[in-house]
Design a protein around this ligand. Structure first.
Ligand code: PEP
Ligand code: MN
Length: 341
């Protein structure tokens, strides 16, 4: 259920309605809009008796929300969510370009990459410190030391950083160091981690799992919003299909469909979908053309020597060349790429 407040309703009116909803045993989520506040109600098993809130001052309309996902739906919030990260407003006309190594390996490698991707026009640095690896025998990330390197890279380049939290144990550390906290594909349905992300003070980049349906992705995001964090960015990164020439299959059709039914920003990670560097730039170009709010690309100064995801990492000149191409595509879909000085 969505309660629409009059445009001249004040904070006291909103508070009174929220209190009345909570007294009924439900959760109230005020959603500020451009012209008026709406209040989402969750936690009800069936329809709510409207009489108790309909008569309160400032209430103009009660709208039933028919979808299983509530706070993430455009029914609840027709306006796009804009997630502020440094100079960027993700979800608006500015295209968010996140680039950097799969794993933070050394300060030198991270800084060299950060400086090059910033010069090419990226707005956010990525780099894993805690890595979810398929094999327990491969590089697992530098952990806390990696976060320290990211902190230093941010200080020296001014780029905000996104890095992954793989479990509740390391979440606090990651939350302190990151500007955006990534929940990886393997954890999309780790509900205790999603609840923790909902209590985080930083935006969350939520990646679709390799077998996650659109509904499951939105229900995962719903966990985060329901726990109080409205700054969620969705990310398509390829799903498991029968392709035997790419690592996963990039499901680009989910981009316009998500943009239609949710107000949350939608990014695309062509690197993990492709698994091969030759495919990364074409998929990145297609993602921007399909209406993604941004892309996340793995970049390494010497890809062949990368400690993880070497085969899909772009070198620095290849990333700069991709940015030139995106600068040509962006205006056709009414997007801008901020070029940093
Ligand atoms: C990553 O971004 O490095 C990563 C591990 O991604 P995913 O969770 O999509 O596999
Ligand atoms: Mn990776």
């Amino acid at each position: 259920m969505l309660i629409v407040m009059a445009s001249d309703a004040g904070p006291d009116d909103v508070r009174r309605v929220c209190d009345a909803v909570r007294e009924l045993g439900y959760e109230a989520h005020p959603i500020p809009g451009r012209t008026r506040v709406a209040i989402g109600i969750t936690g009800n098993q069936g329809p709510i008796d409207p009489a108790s809130v309909a008569a309160l001052p400032g209430v103009i309309e009660l709208i039933p929300v028919t979808r299983p996902y509530k706070l993430t739906s455009r029914e609840m919030q027709p306006e796009d969510t804009l997630v502020r990260v440094g100079q960027l407003e993700i979800g608006g006309p500015q295209l968010a370009v996140i680039a950097g190594p799969c794993s933070v390996e050394t300060l030198g490698q991270t800084l060299e990459t950060a400086r090059a991707v910033a010069a090419a026009g990226a707005g956010i640095l990525r780099g894993g410190a805690f890595k979810p690896r398929t094999s327990p025998y491969t590089f697992q990330g530098l952990g806390a030391e990696g976060l320290e390197i990211l902190r230093r890279a941010r200080e020296l380049t001014g780029l905000p950083v996104v890095t992954e939290a793989v479990d509740g144990e390391s979440f606090d550390l990651v939350e302190r160091a990151a500007d955006v906290i990534q929940i990886g594909a393997r954890n999309m349905q780790n509900y205790s981690l999603l609840r923790r992300a909902g209590r985080a003070s930083k935006p969350i980049l939520l990646k679709r799992s390799v077998s996650g349906t659109l509904l499951e992705l939105l229900m995962a995001a719903e966990y985060i919003l329901a726990a109080g964090n409205r700054d969620v960015i969705l990310c398509e990164r390829g799903i498991r299909a029968f392709s035997d020439y790419s690592r996963y299959t990039l499901d680009l059709s989910i981009v316009p469909e998500l943009k239609r039914i949710t107000h949350l920003p939608v990014l695309v990670d062509p690197s993990h979908a492709a698994g091969r560097r030759e495919l990364v730039a074409p998929l990145a170009r297609a993602a921007v053309a399909a209406g993604a709010d941004g892309i996340m690309v793995e970049v390494h100064p010497t890809p062949r020597a990368a400690l993880s995801d070497a085969a899909q990492s772009l070198d620095l000149p290849a990333f700069a060349a991709l940015m030139d191409e995106l600068r040509a595509i962006a205006p056709a879909v009414r997007r801008v790429i901020e070029v940093r000085a």
